[in-house]
Design a protein around this ligand. Sequence first.
Ligand code: GDP
Ligand code: MG
Length: 373
Amino acid sequence: MERLEQSTNTGPKKAVIVGVEFREPPTEDDGSFGELPLLVESSGLEVAGEIYARPRRPNLRTLVGEKIISDIKYLVDTTGTTTVVFNEELKGRQRNNLEDELQVEVVDRTEVILQIFADRAKTREGKIQVELAQLLYSLPRLRGHGGQELSALGGGIGTRGPGETKLETDARAIRDRIAALRGKIRQLSVTRGTQRKQRMSGKSAQWSLIGYTNSGKTTLLNALTGAEGYADDRLFATLDPLTRKGFNPVTRKQFLVTDTVGFIQRLPTQLVAAFQATLEEVKYADYHMLVVDATDEDWQRKLDVVHQTLEDIGGGDIPNIVAYNKIDRLEYLPHTHTPMEVFVSALKKEGFDKLYERMAELEGAYPIKRDMR
Ligand code: GDP
Ligand code: MG
């Protein structure tokens, strides 16, 4: 009965989202659970309910204990949910055990992010990068028919034999595909490097727009260049770096501006590595424009994450200005202490005179030194 009702339901598939904060050792609340509904909805699911639990410590078998599982099960049954999304990363075995107990699909935050990236990738390079990230994530999580796990599989050269199981054959196929994709990415990286050199041999200043997803980077790119990029109130509307020309009336010079993929809380390491192309654009820019959604209560912490990530990928010393965006929705401007800052509305094109002045000041203070790279 239950099944029949679900299959005739034509609306979006429903999801119950689960966040967990452990007391031993204490989990740091990084605000990532607050982002989960938007993420889940961006992946095409409808959030039908949420559970936030504070158990003492992680359960090795199912991450959370019986009591929480039965709470989840109750929500799943009463809402007709088909997917449960955990904010925490699940081990393959934990996910399989949870699926057995809940009798619905169980995924974690990372898989949701990967799915969104997969749906949004447009260029050949973007598609390859997403596929690689998905395979890297799924490899240790393959599920055999007997619920058998792959994590302990030795693999490597010479392990093929008559006794090889279906699971091992699958794993081997995935490893081969990973190697092939890595090869393609290396080739594309060379091509991209050549293109970048051509761009950099020109005199125009290269600006990269950097910031959290949904902060307004694409809207700002469009406003600065008249380009029709794809701005949307979903996460990761843009996946591939996009470069366009703008004109600064203060310097009376052309500049190039690149839109980049948005930052996000707990971006899985596999993804960071897989999005090399975007990171290169960030690293090789002459100037950074850090875009902040000033209407977001959490903007300060997010700006800190952006600074930290730039440090981590080796782009921390590139001169920047901070653009506090969406001021059309604010009654008061936020209190800030950033030396090179400007308040704008990308949507209403407000504050652009000041923005062009700031860009000119920065370009004047830090002339381009490309011979250093
Ligand atoms: P991105 O993810 O950083 O590229 O963000 P987008 O440019 O796609 O913008 C995300 C959402 O914020 C869209 O719905 C935009 O229309 C909206 N937005 C962007 N800039 C502004 C602004 O200055 N004011 C207002 N009110 N909304 C904005
Ligand atoms: Mg965008």
